[in-house]
Write a new protein. Structure first.
Length: 134
């Protein structure tokens, strides 16, 4: 019995086919980048809004103990509230009758604001207790 040797050739992609695939992938990546950037911006806004809502809860707890709203800087060891990483919260005004604050985040130019009670509204916040962003 004689041995038959068969040479198997693997399919080989040509340089043109590989280049076409790379160009198509490049177009897909370029098309997805604006959506990715917008999704990141939206995530920062959600994080800032959450921080302002958490601050509102913390301020009410502080008010119930001290009969005035907290007007210091964050983070503070004796406060339960602390902003998320990358978010900066600034209290602009705080008294026995109200407070206002702004949140900003690294990676976005947008800002979110909130005010409660008789505090002067800051930025886009136009309703008492409702955070808004611009």
């Amino acid at each position: 019995m004689t041995e038959m040797t068969m040479s198997r050739k693997r399919p080989v992609f040509s340089l043109v086919e590989l280049t076409v695939v790379m160009v198509i992938l490049g177009f897909l990546i370029v098309a997805a980048m604006p959506r990715y950037g917008a999704a990141r911006q939206d995530a920062y806004v959600v994080r800032m809004l959450d921080d302002l809502r958490n601050l509102a809860t913390s301020e009410e707890a502080y008010f119930s103990e001290h009969s005035r709203y907290f007007d210091g800087d964050f983070p503070l060891a004796m406060r339960v509230y602390s902003p998320a990483n990358g978010v900066r919260v600034v209290i602009h005004q705080a008294s026995a009758t109200g407070w206002s604050a702004t949140a900003s985040a690294n990676g976005t130019t947008r800002q979110c604001t909130i005010y409660i009670g008789t505090a002067e509204p800051v930025g886009p916040a136009t309703a008492d207790g409702s955070a808004a962003c611009r």
